[in-house]
Ligand binder design. Structure first.
Ligand code: NOJ
Length: 642
């Protein structure tokens, strides 16, 4: 073991999960600048699995600054909020004004629709209220910021203390995070012969219709969605599609996004990732994370599914996580649309978790701005409550679409776009869903079984679902029903024996030999029982994830190495990992003595009645940060029988 200069990582997350600490003080701190030797930056990492995300269509949330509403073109603003294609006034001040409301609900991270300057015109009767038709990736939409911050008056990237900066400050003060929605695939569609005009903080740099420098692809609309080349190179709904082979384009977009990260953005949601080749994303992420390693990134691969090889390849190889459309579709089918298979549809998706390297980091949701709201499919608020409880207690990082907690929905035309983007009108902080989200967000931060653990089904019928989340000595048992009252004879909970109180309803349940007998579930009921055992604590906590190892019943994975924490190469003292799914083993390993030192390690499989199978490599080398949390994401290097 070698001693190296001090290396610091992100703040220790285990402090945030001490059951004795009040929920309100537990919201993870945004990443601060730390004294880091550049050489060791790669050891820093962000943990997003304890977060509860809230997704806001900025224009439709709250008008905190009436002075900016008319924007550069007053024709595009409808003060009466009647014309769905026009702006209705929501802005960044509106978000700031409602941060306490969101924090009170347990929201820890907000994802805002793209904030960049947009084309100021109508395209098929719609203005760019959603933010996906960008004109300048270095400027903000003037309708979202103060009038005196109009980007035409000052260079945006040279101006500070703006509404955007205040939003970040106010979020960070509340220990909340900002997720910026970005688009790398395209700029804007054709409006009256103007298409894809692109600016660099006010200076025009490209134009689809006069594309001397080849910033765009010119292959027309996608006609065959099965043809991968077309999907990546042709146009989506007439949007000018960037030519990723152009270095100047790549440098422009990377620099633009890094400038926003430098202003304090904590995470990125990336639009239309299936429309660009994976090499582009790998280069993009490498560049972004070399600049800010502690940034969480997830992409939108529309209708991704664990059986869709390309979307799985993206999730495993792009360097970013992904929105979990597969689970979303299953939940909507089972709970909103009354599909015959019911909960089995959801379990079928979890059964395929082994296809992903990081299933616990997928971003889960039940609706968004591109599909009818859950309640437009099924208005029953009780069913919505079950669906929300499901995503808040299952693997993945839950994302709540704005207004869900207020039962916001407009069912015109089946609730399809644009009717899925109504104006937020009520701010009741005592609705049942608001309270459920608050309680379950607290649970996610307190109980690592929920944020990082395995998901094991314990009882399932189309109408009833019981599962256990498990990590180490921490357990969470969940039971829910989409139907009428039912009694289950016996269900295994994995909880310690004794009395347990439901996190949501305070009802009490007795566990004997790990089981609950005669478990009574009411109509559309949800029960959540949580047990938090000992959890690793140390100066440096390493989150170790091993993928690609195929274990059979009775086989276990350990990590061993040249330091006391990993047993000094004594396999009997190696650190045990936990089974998460058929592709993932995981552990949070405390490092004290070797914090800040260079260590070597490798994995081994322990097998009953047979000698251990060690990885067939020399050993991995790693500098353990001197404090904080870091991640190792390793792929099993096939063992060799000795
Ligand atoms: C996906 C976004 O979610 C959607 O709203 C947008 O229209 C398309 N990408 C194109 O940017």
């Amino acid at each position: 073991m070698e001693t190296l200069p001090t290396v610091k990582a992100t703040p220790a997350q285990h402090e945030l999960t001490d059951p004795k600490v009040e929920i309100d003080t537990l919201i993870t701190a945004p990443q601060q600048e730390t004294e880091i030797d550049l050489e060791f930056l790669y050891t820093r990492d962000i943990e997003f699995r304890q977060e509860t995300i809230y997704f806001v269509v900025v224009d439709r949330f709250y008008d905190g600054d009436p002075n900016n509403s008319e924007g550069p073109n007053p024709e595009l603003y409808d003060p009466n909020a009647q014309e769905w294609g026009k702006y209705w006034g929501g802005d960044l001040q509106g978000i700031i004004d409602k941060l306490d409301y969101l924090k009170g609900m347990g929201v820890t991270a907000i994802w805002l629709t793209p904030l960049f300057e947009q084309i100021e015109d109508l395209f098929i009767e719609s203005a760019a209220i959603h933010g996906y038709w960008t004109k300048d990736f270095k400027r903000l939409n003037p309708r979202f910021i103060g009038q005196d911050e109009d980007p035409s008056l000052n260079k945006t990237q040279e101006t500070r203390n703006t509404t955007f900066d205040r939003l970040i400050d106010e979020l960070h003060k509340r220990k909340m995070k900002l997720i910026l929605d970005i688009v790398c695939n395209h700029s804007s569609p054709d409006i009256s012969g103007v298409k894809g005009e692109l600016y660099d903080d006010g200076v025009k740099i490209a134009d689809f219709n006069d594309d001397k420098d080849h910033w765009y692809h010119h292959y027309g609309e996608v006609s065959n969605w099965e043809d991968e080349w077309q999907v990546q190179n042709c146009e989506l709904s007439g949007l000018a599609t960037f030519n990723e082979n152009n270095n100047d384009y790549r440098n422009y977009i990377k620099l633009a996004i890094k400038q926003w990260l430098d202003r304090g953005v904590d995470a990125l949601r990336v639009d239309t990732v299936k429309h660009m080749p994976i090499w582009f994303w790998q280069e993009f992420i490498a560049d972004i994370q070399a600049h800010r390693p502690d940034v969480f990134v997830f992409g939108e691969w529309i209708f991704s599914h664990p059986l869709d090889d390309l979307s799985v390849e993206f999730a495993n190889c792009s360097g970013m996580s992904m929105l979990d459309f597969g689970l979303c579709v299953a939940i909507r089918g089972a709970l909103a649309q009354g599909a015959e298979g019911g909960f089995q549809l959801i379990q079928d998706v979890f059964d395929l978790d082994y296809r992903y390297n990081g299933a616990t980091e997928l971003v889960t949701f039940i609706d968004n701005h591109d599909m009818p709201r859950f309640q437009s499919l099924n208005a029953d608020p009780e069913m919505l409550r079950v669906a929300i409880a499901l995503i808040m207690t299952s693997r993945g990082i839950p994302c709540i679409y704005y207004g869900t907690e207020q039962y916001l929905h407009d069912d015109t035309n089946g609730g399809n776009d644009p009717y899925n983007r109504p104006m937020m009108t009520s701010w009741d902080n005592d609705t049942e869903i608001y309270r459920y989200i608050r309680l379950l967000s607290g649970l996610r931060r307190l109980n690592p079984a929920v944020s990082v653990g395995s998901h094991q089904q314990r009882y399932i019928t189309p109408d009833v679902y019981c599962y256990v989340r498990r990590y180490g000595e921490c357990t969470c048992f969940v039971a829910m029903t989409r139907g009428e009252t039912v009694t289950i004879d016996t269900v295994m909970t994995d909880l310690p024996d004794g009395e347990h109180t439901c996190v949501l309803t305070r009802r009490k349940f007795t566990v004997e030999n790990g089981e609950i007998r005669n478990l009574e579930l009411g109509r559309r009921d949800v029960i959540v029982l949580s047990h938090i055992g000992e959890r690793a604590k140390a100066k440096t906590l390493v989150r170790v994830q091993l993928n690609g190892v195929n274990t059979q019943l009775g086989e276990r994975i350990v990590v061993m190495g040249d330091c006391p924490e990993l047993g000094n190469w004594d396999i009997g003292k190696a650190y045990p990992l936990e089974y998460i799914n058929a592709n993932t083993w995981f552990a949070e390993i405390p490092f004290e003595e070797s914090a800040g030192k260079l260590i070597t390690y490798k994995y081994a499989m322990l097998r009953e009645g047979r000698s251990p199978l060690r990885e067939n490599i020399v050993a991995r080398r790693w500098v353990v940060a001197s404090e904080g949390t870091v991640k190792w994401r390793d792929l099993w290097a096939s063992g060799r029988e000795s």
